[in-house]
Design a protein around this ligand. Structure first.
Ligand code: BDR
Ligand code: CA
Length: 317
């Protein structure tokens, strides 16, 4: 079993990714680190604790608080997608569970140093914590076993601007650094929209389950469904969920879900302006950049759906 740290800006789909990591016996979730992102920091911290509690692992999996703002740019939240507190709108957890004493960046660096080649980092938030960890420990790439990242919009429309996806756009400086230094598997916005949407038939099935996890799924996806229904994106504009973060964790749990992928040089645009956060992927192999990012290009949609539904029904992905 892989030993995993999940870095998250815990809102709707982050919670589902966390649940997958917490409930699967294919990985051992060792710690959760929180990074500035979707909604105000304290909400994200509480949302993570609430999610771990729901999975029954709050006693074993500590939550480490990390960067409270991007490296250099002004912070922009995504409450308009996830609801004010990040969990759909009406749910504002207050678990009373304390956070770990250590800063998230210190925790990542220490754990990687103490367990060389053992730790897989799963990044489903802006990459600020990871960039800071890299600056602190330049050998981080060698110390980690593997890295999985949700971010970027590869040859496709972004979700914040035409060029960019939220995680890369919010902290483009961190994303640029991380993508240039770490070998990673990348699940981008494009494959998310192509291969992981759930629509009304799935929602009906989930409603009928009547389990705490199913109810939680419906709560946290409520705002996103409304947002997507209004979207101008061709593949959206309907009652569907987008689940980038759970898709990312799912491909880690079951690599066979990945149908197609390619390893390319990826460069993130950190300049202010219309291309901020754009992820250039050198599929033509025409730059000097070293191909080191495995870009997930297509995923088995049905198997992903089954994995999610199994988790919501039985608590076992
Ligand atoms: C990413 O941004 C957040 O809103 C989601 O949780 C996901 O990590 C998608 O662009
Ligand atoms: Ca996220």
């Amino acid at each position: 079993t892989r030993r995993v740290i999940v870095d998250t800006d815990t809102a709707g789909d982050d919670t589902q990714g966390l649940l997958l990591a917490a409930l699967s016996d294919r990985v051992s979730l060792e710690g959760v680190t929180i990074c500035a992102g979707n909604v105000p920091f304290e909400y994200q911290v509480e949302n993570a604790k609430y999610t771990l509690d729901l999975a029954g692992v709050a006693d074993e999996v500590p939550v480490y608080e990390g960067a409270r703002s991007p490296l250099l740019t002004d912070h922009e939240f995504a409450e308009y997608i996830h609801g004010e507190g990040g969990l759909g709108g009406d749910l504002f957890p207050d678990t009373g569970i304390p956070s770990a004493d250590e800063h998230a960046v210190d925790y990542i660096v220490r754990t990687a140093r103490e367990n060389p080649g053992e730790i897989t980092l799963v990044c489903i938030a802006p990459l600020t914590n990871v960039a800071l960890a890299l600056q602190r420990e330049p050998d981080l790439p060698e110390l980690l076993d593997d890295v999985w990242i949700m971010g970027g919009a590869v040859n496709t429309l972004g979700n914040v601007t035409p060029a960019a996806e939220y995680n890369f756009w919010v902290d483009p400086d961190a994303a640029r650094l991380v993508m240039s230094e770490l070998e990673a598997t990348l699940v981008d916005w494009g494959v998310t929209v192509r291969d992981s949407l759930f629509g009304p038939d799935v929602f009906e099935e989930v409603e009928a389950m009547d389990t705490p996890l199913a109810d939680f799924f419906l709560t946290v996806t409520d705002a996103v469904r409304e947002f997507n229904a209004q979207s101008e994106h061709d593949a959206l504009g309907a009652d569907v969920t987008t689940q980038p973060d759970s898709l990312t964790v799912a491909t880690l749990l079951e690599p066979d879900l990945i149908e197609e992928s390619g390893t390319y040089y990826v460069e993130v645009d950190d300049r202010e302006g219309p291309t901020r956060g754009y992820s250039l992927v050198d599929e033509l192999g025409v730059t000097d950049g070293e191909p080191r990012t495995r870009v997930v290009e297509s995923v088995d949609e049905e198997r992903f759906e089954r994995l999610m539904l199994d988790m919501l029904r039985h608590g076992d992905p």
